[in-house]
Design a protein around this ligand. Structure first.
Ligand SMILES: [Zn+2]
Length: 222
């Protein structure tokens, strides 16, 4: 089943961009667009305007492919501390499309919607690198279950992205991508393989990189 955003994108790319907001994509939906903006909060907060200017110069509306403009800046949570559970808030950019009026929140790839903790924190927990976080057993269970459910789709996005990139994959690498890729380690190997062929792997984490490979860009999975 297609989501709202996918419906809009398919229409736009078919050569008939709507002149009025698409009735199947509610204008009140604030869709996120996840992109690389430094390897973490510190790098991001050093030059937020630089990251935002780069977005404003290039980001097309996923709905009608029009160049977006600055809307506003808002704050959102970006928790990082395992032991002290310090609540941090950082500014994030919102943009809008001057044509279809949809609004998007630009999230650095160490954040995802509906999660207050930063992505590398969740990744460390579900990959086993951080066995005893202080965020609570229920939270860990929820993160782990969500990761297992999202893993097949994450692998699908990554493999499709590499296989259609036009790089001269060897037979062993093609077999790995089409049938042998498993678990978090598989995602790590996929990222390593992409880097070997010069594909863009700039990201704050493996999860962040997976979210980059998603098309359309707001169809994040991890
Ligand atoms: Zn638009």
């Amino acid at each position: 089943m297609k989501g709202w955003g996918e419906v809009g994108c398919v229409e736009a790319r078919s050569g008939s961009p709507p002149l009025t907001p698409c009735v199947r994509l509610p204008p009140w939906v604030l869709m996120p667009i996840i992109t690389f903006m430094g390897v973490g909060v510190i790098a991001y907060l050093e030059t937020p305007d630089t990251w935002w200017d780069a977005v404003l110069a290039t980001q097309l509306c996923p709905h009608c492919l029009c160049l977006c403009r600055r809307h506003s800046v808002r704050e959102r949570a970006a928790w990082t501390q395992f032991l002290l559970r310090i609540s941090e808030r950082i500014p994030v950019l919102r943009i809008y499309c001057p044509r279809c009026r949809h609004t998007y929140t630009i999230l650095p790839d160490f954040l995802t919607p509906r999660h207050r903790y930063q992505v590398p924190v969740r990744e460390a927990v579900v990959s086993g690198a951080e066995p005893l976080p202080a965020c609570g057993a229920q939270t860990v269970t929820r993160w782990t279950r969500a990761f297992r459910q999202a893993l097949p789709l994450a692998i699908h996005h990554v493999t499709a992205w590499i296989l259609t990139a036009g790089v001269p994959l060897r037979g062993q690498e093609q077999r790995f991508l089409t049938g042998e890729m498993r678990g978090y380690a598989g995602l790590q190997l996929g990222r390593h393989l992409a880097a070997q062929y010069g594909l863009d792997t700039l990201a704050s984490s493996v999860f962040g990189w997976v979210n980059h490979t998603c098309d359309p860009p707001h169809a994040f999975v991890l």
